[in-house]
Design a protein around this ligand. Sequence first.
Ligand code: DX5
Ligand code: ZN
Length: 212
Amino acid sequence: MVNIAPSMLAADPLNIGRDIQKMVSAGAKIIHIDIMDAHLVPNLSYGPAMVKAIRKGFPSCILDVHLMMDNPAKYVNAFITSGADELTIHAEIEEDIPSIFKEIHSLGAKAGISIKPGTNVSEIEKYIEYVELILIMSVEPGFGGQKMMPDCLLKLSELRDMGYNGTLSVDGGINAENAKLAVQHGANRLVMGTALFNSQDPAKIIADLSAL
Ligand code: DX5
Ligand code: ZN
């Protein structure tokens, strides 16, 4: 079973609730929320208030919050109390990562680790035992609508070969055409922004890809 996580970064900013509802009506159960700080990545997005609003509007969805930010420790509590079910931090930050996982778990959420295209899987091998989710970036993080970098998919197989059997998610440029390749490499969650939100038939994409 493959899970599809629509990335609400691709929603119309004036109609975020409407566009998320379209994805939920199309069968999505997980909402991917990108938090960007203009330091770790070259863009800015939302804060805990957005997570809180989505939690309120979509109480039964899993909120998969992708923290593309330096110093995430400062905000772990705010995001989880706002309703995040899963918090993914980046391996490229200069903080005590295991202690952040500990805090995430102590607040009852799942912890994830993500790597940018230039970071090797060997950098996160030491975290495998602490996380429920690994997120492989298949574009340089910061913007939706980019082209998937196929070499990044090899990292999925590497992680499966290392024995990682938790949620393995891939994020960036995933569409109905390249999703199968990602799943063949070991992904069991596909984050999709542009390809889903721009589609006339997101229900078909979600149904087809869930069955891969
Ligand atoms: C990129 C974000 C992604 C993005 C994916 O920095 O982490 O979640 O929204 O969008 P698409 O699917 O358009 O590449
Ligand atoms: Zn993301």
